[in-house]
Design a protein around this ligand. Sequence first.
Ligand SMILES: [Mg+2]
Length: 102
Amino acid sequence: MDLQACQQDVDAWIKDHGGYWDEFVTLARMSEELGEVSAALQRLRGFRPRKVDVDLGGEVGDLLFVLCSFANQQGLSLDACFTQVMAKITARDSQAWKDKQA
Ligand SMILES: [Mg+2]
């Protein structure tokens, strides 16, 4: 599934379930979900006690859902955003990335 299809699925789901949140609520939820990804990874790596089952993929999925929602609200194409960032980091960061791995 490509990013445009993800965005379309999220849009359809949200419209079937009462509509979009305020954009700043969506932004806050994105931050919350990123924190949950961080907490899951910390539990997997032993930096936090593992009191619950850890579902890192599920947390990344939550973040992706909210990112799609945010992009839809802002009229952004995640495919275009991805293409733009790959061109940027290729032009700007290719050598620095290789140097960092050495
Ligand atoms: Mg989550």
